[in-house]
Write a protein that binds this ligand. Structure first.
Ligand SMILES: [Zn+2]
Length: 332
């Protein structure tokens, strides 16, 4: 048995449970809270691993639009001299949370500006990986450190739909839980803006037209150009597909009854009982065997340090990108 497991055993299970239960119960005090505009009063005291509240409309970006429009570049960007990254969608009130940024291919020279915002997702809108594309000789594309990469191959009529369908739920759920995403092509004025409009439409529950209007206010994108028509075709079904909401975990838990086979789940408290997010659709039956002898910590890092074991493979795809990256970092 490893030291990690031994430590779990040393904890008097009853006492540990009491502490974690108390912590975990706090968010449940306001079950209908996620839609409210300000942070729920009770959630404020819980510092770690709390995802902020989000809106499912364009009220936040709408308010920011006049000032964002004033900052729009005077001249339309080009490949070697693109417009800087711009905020095109936002669903959390807090600065630097729930934001979708649209810009050019990240390069070494542009990286600092891009990483001023802490992104957990990078979406590139062409076939090859970002590092296989150059702006010009000697100026190559890069991956943004600490992000989960997604592709949306915009120039391929069929592939772009497949790619978008694969990335949309993870991106939307991550942003609603406070993560940020950076979407780009090479110059950020044609392919990525259309993909960004599709995402923004789903994220903020607005029409494709409205999403394109917002983007055209912050970047010199002209969606009415003849050359832009093809990119905007075929999105009908995806635009109307509802994105299943994945729950935001409030802690990370494992059962203490079998210290030799520790599996850590992302959990949340529903009606005062602890529920692994991988079983969130299974209702009461799914919760049954997670009722007793569990121990919960607020972060993945603490789970890794205190419990060790393995992380539940079914929970990982349901985590917002930043947490899935934490799992990858702490549970390699
Ligand atoms: Zn799980």
């Amino acid at each position: 048995m490893s030291k990690k497991h031994a430590r779990v055993r040393e904890e008097p299970p009853g006492a540990a449970q009491d502490v974690t239960q108390k912590k975990a119960e706090k968010p449940a005090a306001r079950p209908g809270a996620p839609q409210s505009k300000s942070m729920p009063r009770k959630a404020r005291g819980v510092k770690r691993d709390r995802s902020p509240c989000h809106v499912e409309n364009d009220s936040i970006i709408k308010q920011m639009l006049p000032s964002l429009n004033k900052k729009r570049d005077k001249v339309r960007g080009i490949r070697t001299n693109p417009e800087v990254p711009r905020l095109v969608a936002k669903v959390c009130k807090e600065i630097g949370k729930g934001e979708l940024w649209l810009g050019p291919l990240p390069t070494a020279g542009r990286m600092q500006r891009i990483t001023n915002v802490k992104h957990s997702i990078q979406i590139h809108c062409f076939k090859r990986g970002p590092t296989e594309v150059d702006v010009q000789r000697g100026e190559g594309g890069e991956l943004i450190p600490g992000t989960m990469p997604f592709r949306c191959e915009m120039s391929n009529t069929r592939q772009r739909l497949t790619d978008m369908r694969a990335l949309k739920p993870r991106v939307i759920n991550s942003l609603r839980q406070g993560d940020n995403a950076y979407i780009h092509c090479v110059s950020g004025i044609s392919r990525a803006p259309v993909a960004a409009a599709v995402l923004a439409s789903g994220l903020m529950n607005i029409s494709f037209e409205r999403a394109k209007y917002i983007i055209s206010q912050v970047r010199n994108v002209d969606f009415r150009r003849k050359s832009e028509e093809e990119l905007q075709r075929g999105w009908g079904t995806i635009l109307h597909e509802a994105v299943p909401t994945t729950p935001s975990p409030t802690g990370f838990s494992c059962r203490t009854s079998n210290p030799d086979e520790v599996v850590v789940h992302a959990t949340r408290t529903v009606a005062n009982s602890l529920e692994p997010i991988c079983r969130w659709k299974k209702g009461v039956a799914g919760k049954q065997d997670f009722k007793r002898d569990t121990i919960t910590v607020p972060t993945i890092e603490e789970a890794s340090n205190q419990f060790g074991g393995t992380f539940c493979a079914n929970c990982i795809p349901l985590l917002r990108a930043s947490l899935a990256l934490d799992v990858r970092r702490c549970y390699r």
